[in-house]
Design a protein around this ligand. Structure first.
Ligand code: AMP
Ligand code: MG
Length: 344
């Protein structure tokens, strides 16, 4: 199959992409978070093709993308008032809500769950494609399962050239990490995945937020979790990643002590001068956490090279968007973190 690369700025693109979706095909769509691998979310066979193309485990649910916030009512029931407030405040935007699913949503889309994740993405081209399709677009991140997420059309082409019908090129993603996921089906709201909408922003609206264990620790592969997808290894490049915590100077001293040829350093732009000779790669500036979230996955992809022996990574501290960057880096490192102060 020839994969079409459709420019997001071309006025003909939304209808070409929508037609493929209506026919049950796969289209990679740009969003403000990452590129999604989209299909008609109400068509079981189309959804099955997403799992096949990604090599994604069948019990890992997808997110339904809608063009307008009010559309969540078509696919969810028992919607709490808080969801409407969140939608008003943060949609279109990088927030996904988990709500009870209506029967119209196939179980293949929800990974067999009775709940469904919905989001209205902040990308005009993609919302137009959804509108013209006349159906919600189910889409996980467009990477191959287990690989770092896709934040450019070129990343998607690399993973899926010849295996999907089309890629809509909307340029690099602004946020760069996947959406914040909040589960609103229990008595207390629960953060399942941090992202561009921060825990602080959610608490301001909800007054309460439980942080799920999957956010802060590795989940055992046999564990029973709210969303089965939470237990799978994620975002990982080929070689081991270890996060080195501590101050700039402590971390640099630790890395220089342990560095051997074949290792790489993933750091902040401000730290590049400290790693001359260590083949450093900066993923953004520590002074602007948005550049770190926007650059993280492209950097992890660049480091996804079997000839690399070990990656030493620097991670931002604090809340806000830094919390989402920490979560993705910790997952890439399988929660392997060293504190230079503790080295004897
Ligand atoms: P991705 O953005 O590729 O990670 O895929 C969507 C993610 O959304 C899944 O991995 C789940 O963690 C989450 N998700 C989707 N549907 C549900 C649901 N019904 N309940 C909880 N989490 C969900
Ligand atoms: Mg993903």
């Amino acid at each position: 199959m020839k994969t079409l690369l459709l420019p997001g700025s071309d006025p003909a693109t939304p209808e070409i992409a929508a037609k493929i979706i209506r026919q049950g095909g796969l289209v990679a769509i740009p969003t403000e978070t990452v590129y999604g691998l989209g299909a008609n979310g109400l068509d079981e066979q189309a959804v099955a093709r997403i799992f096949e193309a990604k090599g994604r485990p069948q019990d890992n649910p997808l997110i339904l993308h809608v063009a307008e916030p009010t559309e969540m009512e078509k696919f969810c029931h028992s919607i709490p008032n808080a969801s409407y407030t969140l939608a008003e405040k943060f949609w279109p935007g990088p927030l996904t809500m988990v709500l009870p699913a209506r029967d119209i949503v196939p179980r293949r889309t929800t990974g067999g769950l009775s709940t469904v994740a919905v989001r209205c993405p902040d990308n005009d081209t993609t919302r137009e494609i959804i509108r013209l399709s006349g159906v919600p677009i189910a889409a996980p991140s467009a990477n191959l399962s287990g690989k770092p997420s896709t934040t450019t059309a070129q990343h998607v082409l690399h993973d899926h050239d010849g295996r999907i019908q089309a890629i809509v090129d909307g340029g690099p993603c602004r946020v760069g990490v996947e959406s914040t996921i909040v589960d609103l089906t229990e008595s207390r709201p629960r953060l399942l995945r941090p992202g561009g909408i921060t825990p602080e922003q959610l608490i301001e609206v909800l007054g309460d937020l439980v942080i799920d264990k999957a956010v802060t620790a590795q989940i055992d592969k046999d564990a029973v979790v709210k969303a089965p997808g939470m237990k799978y290894r994620h975002y990982a490049p080929e070689e081991p990643v270890v996060i080195v915590s501590g101050s700039r100077e402590q971390a640099a001293a630790y890395i220089h002590r342990h560095f051997v040829p074949g290792d790489r350093v993933l750091c902040f732009a401000e730290e590049l001068p400290l790693y001359v000779g260590c083949n450093p790669l900066a993923y953004g500036s520590e002074a602007d956490v948005n550049t770190l979230s926007a650059g993280l996955f492209a950097a992890l992809r660049e480091l996804d090279d079997p000839s690399i022996h070990q990656v030493y990574a620097r991670c931002p501290v604090g809340g806000g968007v830094a919390y989402a960057v920490q979560n993705r880096l910790k997952k890439a490192a399988a929660f392997h973190i060293v504190n230079p102060e503790e080295e004897s």
